[in-house]
Structures are given as structure tokens and as C-alpha cells.
Design a protein around this ligand. Structure first.
Ligand code: NOJ
Length: 520
């Protein structure tokens, strides 16, 4: 039986604001993406995930949605979305839309209506509550962006809940109007040709109904009082019915439409990635460069999933985390490790999500405070740098202003040194990161469905991970000194030109990896 298109697919996350700017206003847009679909096809990915492009005041760069049925004018029009999808489909690329169901913008019509009168029926679509008797917020929950999760209602005595910025009021999923509206939203985009959704904050939609305080516990090691993070304020059982409904809706379309939850913890994957709920969630490997920790993370993610044919969706990066090259030590060492990590991950059974610029080996940018835009930076009063450093626009052309992203100043400055990382600077160089990604994705495609999902770890020296999947053998040297392994087969791919296979001995320089094709 043939596999559904998304099994083993490689997805590419497009951060719309920073990918490609068609009208030189310093901000990426949908026609810009359309103009670069050929680049993505040549890279070898199967599908795109577009970050939110809805009309939005951009307080959290699109994750504050003012209208779920439109396109932010700075990013284009609905016709531009249709054009993007049509061209992508011609190229046999799938397109996922980002749906943001946990919260709206404070500029959404519903929230504005809720604030308009104390009797507004729209109030029940959000969480409004009164102060505690001492005048403090309704409970002690905190916002993921820092500070309390409650803000004073403008012009009123009460408070409203926001697990993120105050401009992102949380929806009340216990009100049936909310789930009904989201089915309408999903259907709207599916009918326009979307191939599925990435679901923002996917485990949080329903909050515990009693809005109870998180208990204060004593840290078992230091004894200091702290809030009990194990106390469940989200993950309510009713959410599973919502996803069952979404899956039924998706199943009404041919070929498969997919649901990818923004859920990272393996223990949660077990509850949501099920044949009647979500297709995928993210297995984000963020461990330090250590063979044992990576193996443990791979095993934890694989072990969490139930049912035959269900494999993790591996990823190293997204628009919320420090770029992998930087995380893995930065500079030449970070790049070597990122090249090796790609081979390690692409060899595993399952799907893969890449984040734009990963294929260029972009590093986290240390922006000046004056350029920062992330609400995390502002809400933490500068104590946390925030996520702007991984969202800097893509460098396309060396020798052009802002590395060819735009002739206008981009919304975040492109570092001068990025000229040498630009797509056209890397494309013709067989040793570049971009060429490495292209080769690796092409090799994975060639192996294709012929590979079994059965993974066996091979015995290897400390600091080296090696596994086989049918005729594919993968080895990765995490050490800072060379490693040798006995191996048979032919060398299919190497992350480093110094990898060699002679007389059945594979030599791996520090921070390198290889794919071997074993003889049948
Ligand atoms: C997760 C998104 O990836 C992140 O960028 C956003 O700030 C929060 N959800 C809130 O929507």
C-alpha cells in the first residue's frame, strides 16, 4: 500500500515576514514566497508551513490575529494566497497554514465587542474575572512572555486572561461558539487549497475551569517556594474531542490534509498523536552536543508514540529557538555539528521540519537592543533577548543591499557578513551548507519508501552514535577527536570531506557524520 504523502515528508517552515520581499518594503510577503518556490523545490522539500499571515497588529508578529479569514495587507491579499497555493501545487509542494486557536488579537472584533459593554455576549468567549478579595489578579498564573497572565480590563474593574502578551487575550474554549468558529476557519482555508495546519499552542486551548491558583510547592533541592509546574492548567480532556472533530473535517478532503500540533513533550505526544486526532507534533532535539543525550532524546520521542507506522517529526529549529549552528557552539564547530546533525536526523524514520535559513547555516544574530521587536524582550525589561535573533531576513544575493532581501531597510537588520552566506554565494559551491542540504535531501528521497521504519542501534565507541535502518547505516561522531568504526557498504553521504571508508573502516573526523549503503 502506498504511504500517505506526509509520512516521511520534509517540511520547510517559512517565517513569512523574513523570507522574501517582493515589493521592497523591508517586510517579506506572499508574492515573495511564490517567487521562491522554485528554490524550495530545488532544495528538495515536500511541503511548506507558513507562519501566520492574517491581518494582525503584529504585537507578536502575526500570532495576534485580528481576522482569521484574511491576509495582512503588508503580506498581500487572499488572491496572493491562492496564487501561492496554485504554484506550490503545480510544483507538487504542499502548503500548511498556521492556525492560532488559543488566543486572538485584542483588535479582533470579538474582543472589541466584549469590551464594549458589561452585558456583551462576547465576553464569555474570553476569560474575564474579578480580582481576589485583596485586589490582586484572579489567580497566580503567569504569562509565557513574563509577568502575570492577567491584565486589567480597559475601562472596567475586572481582568482578562492572556497566557502570552496582553494584546493576545485567551479564548474561552468552554463556550461552544469558539469551537464552532474554528471549524469554520479551518474549512475556509481547506477549501482554498491548504493542505493542513500547524496548530499554535496546541495543548492549551481549554483552561482548567475552576481557574484555581497553581499550588506553591517547595523546591525539593533548594527548599525555596515556587509554583508547581506539574499542576495542570491546560491539557483538559475536552480538547481531544475538538481534535477528533478537526480530524473528521480533515478526513473529508482528498488527498490527506494534516494536523501538526505545536506540542514538544513526548509524554504529551502520546495523548495527541493518535489515528483520530493529530497526525504529528514536534520532536525538537535541543540537547547539548552529546551522543548519550541525543540518543536518549531520540528514544524518548520514538517510545512515546503508539501504533504501527507512527514515527516522530524531527526538528532542530523554529522561529522561537536559538539557531542550531549557534546552539551547537557557533562558528566552524557549530556548522560542522549542524551538518552532521542533519544526516543523523534525516536518516531516522519519521518526518522532518526544517526552518528557513537552516540550509544556509545561518547563526543567531545578536541584535542591538534598539532593533529588537520581540514582546519577550520588552516584557522582561530586556533581561531576556527574545527571539528576534533567529528571525532575521534571508540573505538571497551577495553584493546587494541587505544581502538581497530588500532595497529598503528590513524590519530586522541583516548582518553585513551574511553576504557570504547568501543563497547565490552558496549555490555554486559544492562544499557549502546549502549544497550539503540539497545532497542530503535528494539522497533521502532516493531511498524513499524503500526503507523500513525499524531502527537498530549499532555498537559504537563512546561519543559516537550509529544505527541501521535496513540497508542504510548512519554514524555520527560527537567527539572532538576522530573516530573509527568497522562498517560495510559504500559511502553514500558525508557531512565533511575528510570522512573516508577504506578496507571496511569508516573514519569520522570530529563532529562529522556519514551515511553508508550496505550491500543487500
Ligand atoms: C508559539 C509560537 O510559535 C510563538 O511564536 C508565539 O509567540 C506563541 N505561540 C504565541 O502565539
Amino acid at each position: 500500500m502506498s504511504q500517505p504523502w506526509w509520512r516521511s515528508a520534509v517540511f520547510y517552515q517559512v517565517y513569512v515576514r523574513s523570507f522574501a520581499d517582493s515589493n521592497d518594503d523591508g517586510v517579506g510577503d506572499l508574492p515573495g514566497i511564490t517567487s521562491r518556490l522554485g528554490y524550495l523545490k530545488e532544495l528538495g522539500v515536500d511541503a511548506l508551513w507558513l507562519t501566520p499571515f492574517y491581518p494582525s497588529p503584529q504585537k507578536d508578529h502575526g500570532y495576534d490575529v485580528a481576522d482569521y479569514f484574511g491576509v495582512e495587507p503588508a503580506y498581500g491579499t487572499l488572491a496572493d494566497f491562492d496564487g501561492l497555493v496554485a504554484r506550490a501545487h503545480e510544483l507538487r509542494l504542499k502548503v500548511l497554514v498556521d492556525v492560532v486557536p488559543n488566543h486572538t488579537s485584542d483588535q479582533h472584533e470579538w474582543f472589541k465587542a466584549a469590551l464594549s459593554s458589561p452585558d456583551s455576549p462576547f465576553r464569555d468567549r474570553y476569560h474575564f474575572a474579578d480580582s481576589k478579595p485583596d485586589g490582586s489578579p484572579p489567580n497566580n498564573w503567569t504569562s509565557s512572555f513574563g509577568g502575570p497572565a492577567w491584565s486589567r480590563e480597559p475601562g472596567g474593574d475586572g481582568w482578562y486572561l492572556h497566557l502570552f502578551a496582553p494584546e493576545q487575550p485567551d479564548l474561552n474554549w468552554w463556550n461552544p461558539e469558539v469551537p464552532t468558529e474554528f471549524e469554520r476557519i479551518l474549512k475556509f482555508w481547506l477549501d482554498r487549497g491548504a493542505d493542513g495546519f500547524r496548530i499554535d499552542v496546541a495543548s492549551a486551548l481549554f483552561k482548567r475551569q475552576d481557574l484555581a491558583d497553581r499550588p506553591v510547592i517547595h523546591d525539593p533541592v533548594y527548599g525555596a517556594p515556587r509554583l508547581d509546574s506539574a499542576f495542570a492548567i491546560v491539557d483538559q480532556p475536552q480538547l481531544h474531542d475538538v481534535y477528533r472533530g478537526w480530524r473528521r473535517l480533515a478526513n473529508g478532503y482528498e488527498p490527506d490534509r494534516v494536523l501538526v500540533g505545536e506540542i514538544f513533550e513526548p509524554r504529551r505526544h502520546a495523548k495527541y498523536i493518535l489515528p483520530d486526532q493529530l497526525h504529528m507534533a514536534f520532536a525538537l532535539i535541543h540537547q547539548p552536543w552529546d551522543a548519550a543525550l541525543w540518543r536518549r532524546s531520540i528514544e524518548a520521542n520514538r517510545g512515546a508514540l503508539q501504533g504501527p507506522g507512527t514515527e516522530p517529526t524531527w526538528t532542530l529549529a523554529n522561529h522561537d529557538v536559538v539557531r542550531p549552528v549557534t546552539r551547537l557552539a557557533g562558528g566552524a564547530v557549530g556548522r560542522a555539528r549542524a551538518r552532521a546533525a542533519l544526516l543523523l536526523l534525516l536518516g531516522l524514520p519519521g518526518q522532518v521540519f526544517l526552518y528557513q535559513g537552516e540550509e544556509l547555516g545561518l547563526e543567531e544574530v545578536n541584535l542591538p537592543d534598539s532593533a529588537r521587536q520581540d514582546p519577550i524582550f520588552f516584557r522582561s525589561e530586556g533581561r531576556q533577548a527574545g527571539r528576534d535573533g533567529c528571525r532575521v531576513p534571508m540573505p538571497w544575493h551577495r553584493g546587494r543591499p541587505h544581502a538581497g532581501f530588500s532595497t529598503a531597510d528590513p524590519w530586522l537588520p541583516v548582518p553585513v557578513g551574511w553576504d557570504s552566506l547568501a543563497v547565490d554565494a552558496q549555490a555554486g559551491n559544492g562544499e557549502s551548507m546549502l549544497s550539503h542540504f540539497r545532497r542530503a535531501l535528494a539522497a533521502r528521497k532516493r531511498l524513499g519508501a524503500g526503507l523500513s521504519d525499524r531502527l537498530e542501534w549499532s555498537r559504537s565507541a563512546e561519543g559516537v552514535l550509529a544505527y541501521t535502518r535496513g540497508r542504510l547505516a548512519v554514524a555520527c561522531n560527537f567527539r572532538s577527536r576522530p573516530a573509527k568504526l568497522e562498517a560495510n557498504g559504500v559511502l553514500g553521504l558525508a557531512s565533511d570531506p575528510l570522512v573516508s571508508l577504506r578496507s571496511g573502516v569508516l573514519s569520522l573526523p570530529p563532529n562529522s557524520a556519514a551515511w553508508l549503503m550496505r550491500r543487500r
